[in-house]
Design a protein around this ligand. Structure first.
Ligand SMILES: [Zn+2]
Length: 511
């Protein structure tokens, strides 16, 4: 394995494959300037982000005229791949979702056109709106199946809600009165120990879709959900609510221990996801990738807060500068999920956590920490399909504030630093990326993400079988490197976040 001492000094954002450097005691020093170079006659190469873009395809565009704007934006902004994605997972982008009802012919052309760009088209399921769902999703699924591509499903809507307002799901106070935890915004959370009777009706919401795909002879290959504010969650006022609830106190004798409370609630939460979501899908489609937003293996710590989460004083945490990292339960394995879904976003409050002079590194440091945590603790057979986003997610400047209390907007992560970050995710073993964005951000977000993902396909053998060489995140702005080792070669990218114009000076030594 590479270790910190192997790279004495590296600078300049460049990507290279280095051959023949793994021999005992081998040392290579190279000084490289911007542009393609040869290193020690071993044919390494460096590419810039804006090089080698293919010409826009010339094609008949009439068939596109009935497509919704968000789909056309993806087709216009993302260009066909120059390097095949092979058998690797496609890139997922939020605007390549829900094309509306299409004829089989148009669906086929659309799926094909997106596939040329390496992008997988996703269709949403709507429980209790089966005809609408089938009109939209089945032509796309038929096209994907015909072309030998993944059939991709968004199952978010059928997953809501376990806490449906039924009074039987409320906490109970000393006087026997039901009460709700209203600390999560407009959705009120109830008692985590009441949800068994909700499992069957929730599973029923998904059942008609599974049956219909089976009847049609269609596979289901990738199913994700964005299931967040529902079911047992330990954050915000949940711990206090459970302490007031006689049922919770009975169920959890160690309720005063937050970590025990957290693990218990996450176990309940994982079991719901397993029983309602992953198990029924995998029973019919054993090869399917099934997962949920923000559920991923980790080192026991969570370095980010979601938009609905607040800091609760008195809970155990690790403090770094002004960041407060929370403990995180090991919840992944018991969900039964077959892929993991980390979330790597520039949440606005993150900017104020660190005092680095280099503004980009305040974002990059946290985002790379989150991404590296997931990559380091993932199981090799569980793909990482990671949510990414560039625009600042404006959640305020302090955890728990709304944007209106947040004062000045945090400076935007630069495009350059974001694209560098994406390279480092791919070279730390993230299998593919899933862009989330708002409709007004579609064009810009796709324009930043797609070229990086497309350029990385040139190194398919490393993406397929390379082993990440490091998960190290420097705690000061400076040089970040990531690599995928394959045999005696390493595909490596280095980024100097302080001096991005510098030349490259590399020293490798291997033990
Ligand atoms: Zn309770």
């Amino acid at each position: 394995m590479w270790h910190d001492g192997m790279l004495k000094r590296m600078a300049w954002g460049g990507l290279m494959a280095v051959a023949g450097l793994m021999a005992q005691g081998a040392t290579t020093t190279a000084v490289l300037e911007d542009g393609p170079k040869t290193l020690s006659g071993e044919r390494p190469f460096i590419i810039g982000l804006n090089e080698n873009f293919p010409e826009p395809e010339k094609e008949d565009t009439m068939w596109k005229q009935d497509l919704p704007d968000h789909i056309r934006t993806v087709l216009d902004v993302a260009q066909p791949l120059e390097h095949s994605r092979g058998d690797r997972l496609p890139l997922y982008v939020w605007p390549a979702m829900n094309p509306g009802p299409l004829s089989d012919e148009t669906a086929l052309r659309l799926v094909e056109a997106l596939d040329k760009r390496g992008i997988g088209l996703v269709c949403s399921l709507y429980a209790e709106q089966e005809e609408r769902t089938f009109a939209e999703a089945l032509p796309v699924a038929r096209a994907q199946h015909k072309l030998g591509l993944h059939v991709n499903i968004n199952a978010t809507q059928p997953m809501y809600s376990f806490f449906n307002g039924d009074e039987r799901t409320a906490h109970v106070d000393e006087d026997g009165n039901p009460f709700w935890d209203d600390s999560f915004g407009k959705e009120h959370m109830g008692c985590p120990f009441t949800l068994d009777f909700r499992i069957t009706p929730m599973r029923e919401r998904l059942r008609p879709f599974i049956e219909r795909y089976r009847e049609e002879g269609l596979p289901v290959d990738f199913v994700f959900a964005d299931w967040e504010i529902d079911g047992p969650i330990e954050w915000n006022g949940a711990w206090e609510a459970s302490k007031r609830c006689v049922r919770c106190r009975e169920e959890m004798p160690d309720l005063d221990n937050f970590l025990a409370f957290q693990q218990r609630l996450r176990s309940l939460r994982s079991a719901l996801q397993r029983k309602v979501f992953s198990t029924p899908i995998l029973a019919s489609f054993p090869q399917a990738l099934v997962g949920n937003y923000a559920v991923y293996p980790n080192n026991g710590f969570r370095y980010w807060y979601d938009y609905f989460e607040t800091i609760v004083p008195g809970q155990p945490e690790i403090v770094e500068q002004r960041a407060r990292y929370r403990h995180w339960a090991n919840e992944f394995e018991t969900t039964g999920y077959t892929f993991a879904m980390p979330v790597v976003y520039p949440w606005s409050w993150t900017y104020d956590w660190y005092d680095f002079d280099m503004p980009d590194y305040r974002w990059v440091y946290n985002m790379l920490k989150v991404a590296s945590n997931a990559a380091e603790y993932r199981h090799k057979d569980i793909p990482l399909i990671t949510f990414v986003h560039w625009h600042t997610v404006n959640v305020g400047r302090n955890v728990g504030d709304g944007p209106e209390e947040g004062g000045a907007t945090a400076p935007q992560l630069s495009e350059w630093a974001y694209q560098e970050l994406l390279w480092h995710l791919l070279l730390r073993g993230h299998d593919t990326l899933f862009l989330w964005c708002m409709p007004e951000e579609n064009e810009k977000e796709v324009a930043l993400l797609h070229p990086v993902w497309a350029a990385a396909q040139e190194y398919g053998e490393f993406l397929d079988n390379g082993v990440p060489t490091t998960y190290y995140v420097p705690d000061q702005p400076g040089l970040v490197w990531s690599g995928l080792r394959l045999g005696n070669r390493t595909l490596m990218r280095t980024t100097d976040f302080v001096n991005r114009e510098a030349s490259m000076d590399i020293q490798f030594s291997c033990r």
